[in-house]
Design a protein around this ligand. Structure first.
Ligand SMILES: [Zn+2]
Length: 436
């Protein structure tokens, strides 16, 4: 009996519960386009500092279900691009809930999707720039689909492990606005490794929660997550490095603004991941359960009279936003009162990866890790539909950029209603329960 148990334990590593495959596709714009993220730019990109990438990690469990984690060196992704990419993935046998589309939020990437929120920056002839952005969007969607297809084609027997470390360069940036504010940050570094049964690495996916805003010029690059992926891939030859952006909406990498600093943060994250990879990681078993649902988040929609008053305001950003909403009101007869918010959970081997839409503040990561397990919960933000900042109730009430005025940039008739946090938490509870 005892001998049998020992034999069974010794035989265990040879049994591969998973098939894993990884691939990448080059997303570097083939022609100059307007860049995403900053409202201070006055012209399109001027060259490429580093290439940007789509990365895909496909995992097939022993039940035969295939799930694909896609990470993108892009500022954001909207629900329409996500739907088109998901449609292609569906053709490969991957249902929507088994596809996570996460963006690194690089502010040195091209605009991907509708350029509406940037048009006012583009001078007298925005149509020229919109046309280039439309061409880029279609190019990138195709390339992202290609990466998914290639990752599925590359599936081979593998083991999957998980662990977490720490890195400290994310700073709560609301304290830059008001130094007296509380400064919650999520400094966890979750690491998922897929290694072939032959011992060769397939992919390493690493998370961190922080804006990708070190660099701010006109040359395309992945910011510090781009440098992270390059440095991890040179430290682990053969592995595809994926960067998963977390709930970093209220975090900036500080200090910032030089290429050397971007590189240093990338290498810092690689060092944190390397510590985890060389330590004791938890093998994750299947099956992988996946759930994706939506909850409508309501806006505090202003009246026409309020908008007309704001449109006359000296605050040029508020006035521009109000004028945009008035035009929408004239055109459509009403303003969208809410937006469908995507909440996605993958649960496997006792680890839950929660992929949330929008720019999610740290309060959510800390709340959900507290509720679902500090050692076993991975919070990704910037996933599936990055349409607005998602403040907690605290941040909403404090106001400022992430709490309120970012809506002027995102173009919604906001801010959110005060039930935003509880609505998301209730949906997360439901989705996590179904995925367990
Ligand atoms: Zn942002």
């Amino acid at each position: 009996m005892r001998l049998l148990a020992i034999l069974a334990a010794a035989a265990a590593p040879a049994f591969s519960e998973w098939l894993a495959g990884a691939a990448r596709a080059d997303l570097t714009p083939p022609e100059p386009v307007w860049m995403a993220g900053y409202g201070s730019r006055t012209k399109p990109m001027e060259g490429v500092r580093r290439k940007i990438w789509a990365k895909a990690l496909a995992l097939r469990d022993s039940a035969g279900a295939t799930s694909v984690l896609v990470t993108l060196d892009l500022c954001d992704i909207d629900r329409h691009s996500a739907a088109r990419i998901a449609e292609r993935a569906r053709g490969l046998g991957i249902p929507r809930e088994r596809l996570i589309l996460n963006t690194s939020h690089t502010h040195s990437g091209p605009i991907f999707g509708p350029p509406d929120n940037y048009l006012f920056l583009m001078g007298p002839d925005p149509a020229i720039h919109s046309a280039a952005i439309a061409r880029y969007t279609s190019f990138a969607e195709t390339r992202i689909g290609d990466a998914i297809a290639e990752a599925v084609k590359a599936l081979r027997p593998a083991t999957v492990r998980f662990g977490q470390g720490f890195a400290g360069f994310a700073v709560n940036r609301r304290r830059v606005w008001k130094r007296e504010l509380p400064g919650p940050v999520d400094h966890d570094v979750p690491v998922l490794e897929a290694r072939g049964s032959d011992g060769r690495p397939i992919a390493v996916a690493v998370g961190y929660a922080c804006h990708s805003t070190v660099l701010s010029d006109y040359r395309i690059n992945g910011d510090w997550p781009g440098y992270f992926q390059e440095s991890l891939e040179s430290a682990y030859p053969g592995a595809v490095a994926l960067f998963v952006q977390g709930a970093g909406a209220d975090a900036n990498p500080l200090p910032r603004r030089t290429e050397e600093i971007a590189r240093r943060y990338g290498e810092t994250l690689t060092a944190a991941a390397a510590e985890v990879l060389s330590g004791k990681m938890r093998p994750l078993s299947g099956p992988l359960r996946a759930v994706l649902e939506y909850v409508e988040l309501g806006f505090q929609v202003p009246s026409r009279a309020q908008l007309e008053e704001t449109a006359r305001s000296k605050d040029s950003s508020a006035a521009r936003h109000a004028k945009g909403l008035l035009a929408k009101l004239d055109r459509d007869g009403k303003l969208p009162p809410s937006h469908p918010y995507p909440v996605q959970a993958w649960n496997f081997g006792g680890m839950t990866m929660l992929a949330l839409g929008g720019e999610v503040v740290a309060d959510y990561a800390l709340r959900f890790k507290g509720r679902y397990g500090w050692d076993s919960t991975w919070i990704a933000g910037y996933s599936n539909d990055v349409f607005a900042y998602i403040p907690s109730l605290r941040v909403l009430r404090e106001g400022g950029y992430e709490g309120a005025t970012a809506m002027q940039w995102d173009g919604h008739a906001g801010p959110f209603q005060e039930d935003v946090e509880e609505k998301i938490a209730a949906k997360v509870e439901e989705v996590v329960r179904k995925a367990r």
